[in-house]
Unconditional design. Sequence first.
Length: 67
Amino acid sequence: MKSVIKVCNMNTSEDISNVNLAISNNQGVIACQINIQSKQVEIIYDDYFITADNLIESIEEAGYAVV
């Protein structure tokens, strides 16, 4: 599966690292690409292990707002 998630308060390289870490700590994540200009995170994952809601929850638990 592939999901594109918009993260509002992602502004610095530290934010990118934090979001990337929050996503990659989930089992089933295959790839993650973050675009800071558009504030979008594109995630490819195996939906057998994880859902888009779980990914959003991981980002929010790291302190970021998802639209």
